[in-house]
Design a protein around this ligand. Sequence first.
Ligand code: GLN
Length: 510
Amino acid sequence: MTAGTIEPMIEGTAAELAQALAAGEISSVELTQACLDRIAAVDPQVQAFLALDGERALARALMIDDQRAAGATLPPLAGVPVAVKDSFTYTGLPTTCASRILDGWLPPYNATVVQRLIDAGLVIIGKTNLDEFAMGSSTENSAFFPTRNPWDLERVPGGSGGGSAACLAAAEVPLAIGSDTGGSIRQPAALTGTVGVKPTYGGTSRYGLVAMASSLDQPGPCARTVLDAALLHQVMAGHDPMDSTSIDQPPPDIIAAARSGDVKGLRIGVVEELGGDGYAPSVVRRFQEAVAALTAAGAEVVSVSCPHFHQALAAYYLIMPSEASSNLARFDAMRYGLRVGDDGLNSVEQVMRLTRGEGFGPEVKRRVILGTYALSAGYYEAYYGSAQKVRSLIIDDFNRAFEQVDVLVSPTSPTTAWRLGERVDDPLAMYKADLCTIPSNLAGNAALSVPVGLSDDDHLPVGFHIMAPPLCDDRLYLVGAAVERAFPPLRPATDLTRPLPGAAVKGSQA
Ligand code: GLN
């Protein structure tokens, strides 16, 4: 890698960039500046970032360069730029969760995973767009503007973490982090041809991640390769006393697994229920090719039934809104961000009502209403209680399956990226995008999406989904690396620097 050649530099993987930094071939300041230049050129079209932090990023990059020049031993990813989903707190920049209710709120502390990025010498470039409070599958629910898919700017990048996935696909940064409640890291990874991981629940700290559904939320890495995801996962993982659900146990050796990719003798189960009707034939074709590649690499592939997965979506859309309605009660106009109608005449209740009415978008309101209803005294057992029973049945399905196989696999998303606007008036069609990803959140196990090439018909990325038992995240990387060998990462050929003719630009939905 030659210093000063900007294009190849930002196209590199995080592992390659880290090596070039360590060898003194490039500096972190050059690399950070190259990312900022690329963002300036393409982000007016892609619209992945809600906020940039160029000055502080360059100052940190300079600090890392100086430490390296002084001969300090630095952590493996020191000096590599990273983007952070705007659902994590990071002091000095607003944390908005893409919601008007938090517009301009400056957090007084760093999320644990953000602090770990800083401690590991990574350079935080800015905050990425998401569906408001991470509710959605297309990033169109952002209160500010939708993010676009770098493979086709007229299509969605998935969601809720569309910003983190799109900025990787558009080569704006080499790494990003996200949060996954029902698929928000993995489904955007699938739709943008990138890698996304939901670690085992409790494997990464939720402290400083704005809570949506606390029993499902999990921070995780977003990257362009399986090894890069493992390197970032390693930085984020580990026990945190600030999160009562954090697991006090060292994570498995995910980096060795990502480097090995040896699946000889590994037992892989294809989930019967995650296929068939509603799955695009072009997605199924790539999925089957990936399964064939794993067989060729020496894995034993069998078909496994998880009969209650059909009910996962229904259970999720009771549990998730129930927890979210309770978590979002804290946005009461008194403590954070927006306050509407505080004229000295309105009562506290009126100010709360006005603020929540204006501050929350339609999807958030829909879920708060749904969740409040599901938790109300007369219906609690019928709705929330039943959903929790289904959750137990899904966990039983996983447990039985993992007695027979080491990992389970499925497509990540039933379809490739759809057109902007196509599903906005059809929440159920939007919810179905997460059919394959939701079971792992309900069970708390680990899951990863890795690209398996492009669909034959629309030439858009297809994702392959791997699910492993809790605390066996290393298996994800083993299988992910094997799949990646058969389907090397692809990059979009779209000219992202050309302004979109007559298209909506940032702020158009604001
Ligand atoms: N798309 C799912 C939802 O809308 C998942 C969101 C997420 O993982 N944050 O709830």
